[in-house]
Ligand binder design. Structure first.
Ligand code: AMP
Length: 300
């Protein structure tokens, strides 16, 4: 039984941070999100890789009990992203994006995913996000993430899908760019008017803000002693959050607040090492322990 369908990029990433450099390692928005979600529920992945994608990565996903029936292997090369971070690790600098097999991908949702009540449209072409959403008629909560690449190349298509989802996740710089305002509260208010009933603005190491029409909730960032590579932090935040919502099957605002804290906990683990190296080792118990530390952080 699939609790949460995740569509998005599955990538080979090359990343440089002040603390090291890695080439062609496992990455991608859907990869980080589904691994994070698998701590709380049973996700099913939708996406495409090329024939060059190492089999060991698919074996790893299956070991995490992530269904890969919706993962196609196409002729051609896997999606690749390369980027670097300077000392301000909130800001990723993209050096290259190669869509490769994603440029001709037409997603087909497998039968065993169709009953899923939760759908996460992780970062990828908004047209693919729309295609997936139109096939999952039973979803009661659909969340969407994106990035500047799509704001700059497919803005209208992106606004179109934003108008159809329940929950929008976006980082601070992207919210400012998309809504053309320096003010995050105004950006969130305008985004809420476009359709979603909740908007989450991610602020990197400074935490996240959850907005609905009637309230604003502020989650702190976890004060990490060591950050090696923030790649995938936004995706693991979203995966942790959606995994928790799907696992508890509770979409009340009170539970969404808890999910924001679980998402923040998982994202903080992810930044402690490159690729999915840290996330791989995290259990529900680790997540619960960090959740409690978050509670202590804001108690006064
Ligand atoms: P983040 O959580 O924002 O750090 O996302 C990092 C992941 O996004 C990397 O593993 C990349 O493979 C993936 N990525 C980068 N650019 C794109 C893009 N234009 N579309 C989809 N995924 C991307």
């Amino acid at each position: 039984m699939i609790d949460l369908v995740v569509v998005g990029s599955i990538a080979l990433d090359s990343v440089k941070t002040p603390f090291g450099e890695v080439k062609e390692i496992l990455g991608g928005a859907a990869t980080y999100s589904s691994v994070a979600a698998s701590i709380f529920c049973s996700p099913g992945l939708v996406g495409v890789v090329g024939k060059d994608f190492p089999k060991k990565h698919i074996e790893f996903l299956n070991k995490r009990k992530i269904a890969t029936d919706g993962l196609s292997v196409a002729d051609g090369k896997t999606f690749r992203w390369s980027g670097y971070y300077e000392f301000d690790m909130n800001q990723a600098h993209t050096t290259n994006t190669e869509l490769n097999v994603f440029s001709s991908f037409s997603p087909k949702i497998p039968k065993n995913y169709l009953e899923s009540k939760y759908l996460f449209l992780a970062n990828i072409d908004p047209l693919l996000q729309i295609e997936v959403m139109s096939q999952l008629k039973n979803a009661k909560l659909v969340a969407l993430d994106t990035m500047n690449f799509w704001i700059e190349t497919k803005k209208q298509e992106l606004l179109d899908i934003i108008s159809k989802v329940n929950l929008l996740l976006i980082n601070d710089a992207e919210a400012r760019e998309l809504m053309n305002t320096p003010n995050l509260v105004q950006a969130a208010r305008t985004l809420l008017k476009k359709g979603p009933s909740a908007v989450i603005i991610k602020k990197g190491e400074h935490g996240a803000l959850l907005f609905t029409d009637s309230m604003c909730f502020c989650a702190p960032g976890y004060p990490l002693e060591e950050v090696k590579d923030p790649t995938g932090a936004g995706d693991s935040f979203a995966g942790g959050l959606m995994g928790y919502l799907a696992g508890t099957d509770d979409t009340t605002v009170e539970n969404i607040k808890k999910a924001v804290i679980y998402g923040s906990a998982i994202a903080s683990f992810n930044a402690e090492d490159f690729s999915l190296n840290k996330l791989k080792k995290i259990t529900k118990e680790d997540a619960d322990k960090r959740y409690k530390e978050f509670e202590k952080l804001v108690e006064f």
